[in-house]
Design a protein. Sequence first.
Lengths: 282, 266, 353
Amino acid sequence: MRSERYIPYVLVLPSVVFLLFLFAWPLLEALLLSVRNSSGWTLEHFQRMAADLYFKDALKYTLLLTLTIVPLQVGLALGMALLLGSIAKGRDLFLYVWTIPLGISDLAAGIVWLAIFTERGYLNSFLQAVGVIQQPQLWLSYETPWMIFLAVVAAEVWRATAIVFVILVAGLQLIPKEYGEAAEVFGATPWQRFWKVTLPLLRPSLQVALILRTILALEVFAVVVALGGRNLPVLAGEAYYWYNAYQNPGVAAAYAVLILGISVAATLLYLRLMRTKQEAVG
Amino acid sequence: MKPGWLYMLLAGVLVVWVLLPIFLIAALAFSDRSSVFAWPKGLLPQQFSLETLAFFFGVEGVWKAIRNSLAVAGMTLVFSVLLGAPAGYALARYRFAGADAYRLLILMTRAFPLAILAIPLAVRFLQLGIYDTPFGVALVHTALALPFAVLVTSSLFLGIPKELEEAAWTLGCNRIQAFLRVVLPLALPGLAATAIFAFVISWNEVFAATLLTLRERTLPAFLLASLNDSPLPFRFAGGFFLIVPALVFIFLIRRYLFTLWGIANR
Amino acid sequence: MAGIRVENIEKSFGKFKALSGVSLEVRDQEFVVLLGPSGCGKTTLLRIIAGLEQADRGRVWIGEREVSGLPPRSRRVAMVFQNYAVFPHLTVFENIAFGLRMQKAPAEKIKAKVEQAATLMHIENLLGRYPAQLSGGQRQRVAVARALAVEPEVLLMDEPLSNLDALLRLEMRAELKRLLAESRTTTLYVTHDQVEAMSLADRIAVMNAGQIVQYDQPMKVYQEPANTFVGGFIGSPPMNFLRLPVEGQQARLASLVLALPSEVSGAEVLLGVRPEDFEVYTDQRPQSFPAEVLVVEPLGPHLLLTLRFGEQLLKATVPPDFAVRPGQTIWLKPQPGRLRWLEPTSGQALTAR
């Protein structure tokens, strides 16, 4: 029975070893890859990255996409979570349907919205039917990056609001009903109850959702490729092109490190702005 | 309750918002070639046809990509459960020094972009000879799915009272017997959900799969690589086919939705 | 069947000392209750005997075998858990049969034993059901039947009745008493409910802060508490403790002079009297002392009075028809045979004679 002390370590060990080899080690290696070449330490990769034609646009669009998508998703998900609480009948059905996009990949979502935004797609068909246009419009071309931007936002909001929704619903379930009822007894309006009771208590969940979604939005890749190819450059896409097309792991790693840097900065910013008890990022 | 119908209306609009795009891509996948290129399109396909799907499955490399995807997702499923469930059990049942550090490690893996893992691993896999193999891709996908597997199984085992195990011990079981006879049967549905979830993560992942393969593409990697020079019917059929298993799996594991994605205990 | 012996058990959880040197002996076929407030270490002691917890120091015997290093499965004990721990994925039959199956008993024997245990617990008509289809009381019965079916040398019960509602608890208490009197299984039973302890036990071991403070028959523990803790913990309302001045071998209670069983070193002594051990009068009587009535609480079978004597408060129970109101002065006559004298600083009882 004395040997019991070792049991948890034995159970945990395989996953630790695995994560060291497939997480900690590549992480270090990526950092090294970005600051080394065959002759030693260098900033060459970062310089090449910054000097590249696509770099500025990639950085700009990635940040703008994140700043657009994340607030939209959190707002929409919050609305959906509260709406779910006010629905009397068929809650399970709505819950199921609204969470269906959880299982849909970013690539598939991009292709789905391609069917809508493409030249002979549903959007143009609809616009023609209501008499706005006569001929198919080309939306997703290099001349209309903002239309691609819009399509990416639509696809991402469609696909990934569900994860925020689930996190917030889970958070709402943890808030005892008594708080809202107490506020009601003391004369708070529904609007006041939302701002003074629900929202502050939901803060840990909001924080988790914001961090998670921001990190994922900064990595946006397949949706963009499906909808606009490289006509809307983004950071993860550039990492991909530098690795695959240009065969240059150093610059690709530099892009990866840049994404990581922005992710970490954003996470720290959220933690600072919404100071609260540490909560599981799940 | 006056605003009741308004809430139902809003909820209905959201249902349409989620389902309509899926319906549209399905409509395209089940129509013939001319309908795919038709303009303007109606909401319903002009005629039901398997032509587009047949064309998709007829493209060289698609079946191989599907096989690879299944192999990668299958391996990811097995690896994540085999590595994750014991760790989840340890977190649920034992207090041990380092448990918090381990939790932190698990949570941290969620906070790093995939690019930072995939690029150096692609370089290293080349040297190790597992570049361009389903096994190599499955390793990276396991790194993605493992944190989920650990956290989910941990909450799963926490939900099974320790006293059940202890009762089994006092009734003559050793630890392994107690686990197999009492804990495992009770955890099985949740473990299955965890496994399915790992499968979906792998099935959907495209960035690492693209970077780590050349000929042995998974389906998403294959689709992505051929995206810009393939006809629309191929893309639509491929997109639809990617979604189908996800829909089935989400339905199967809907009971575990909140354990898997939320932070709630149950 | 066998007795239990534990020697000098020590157990700490981090910095918290759960048990500090506990020794206890339970005779063969005896029913012993471990009684104490939550956190006193009673459940830890039970779990150490079951082998579910490892003691830091000390040894455990069951019968003639030392079991200190053995895992639970080799100790030939059975345990009934507070939350029953009935296996939800098995039928009632399979739950009761679980231990026998682990012993690889033949099928006929299993069937016979399960039916016997089920009949004993009056659940023979529930054998095909799953625990989810049972009430709390029925699950409790399954848990006890499961423990009895393996015919353990020792039966360990951890607050088995605490999850039942009040009425059911009363019923199960009587039934457990009947059952264990029949089966004569050596039983160690943990509870924080003093009434349960009094009603069930052959002997009660009262625990406090990781130690056994008194180990005796229920009436002895009730009437002759070893210290102020036991007197205060057992009995509702608890025993009164009056601080009295000492003159030689005597203590003074107002005009009363009471003899002490032994010499006292300090200037004061504590007199322990149970609330029902006063004779109460509205006029002055010999051998009595006055007290002012503060509160009168009619409780049905009797009135509970809260009284003030000097600066000290005390409780007394009187018959329900006793006419009294707050503010009135009444006279209390303590019954001589029921007095308990204690040392005020340590709280320990003075050893008589």
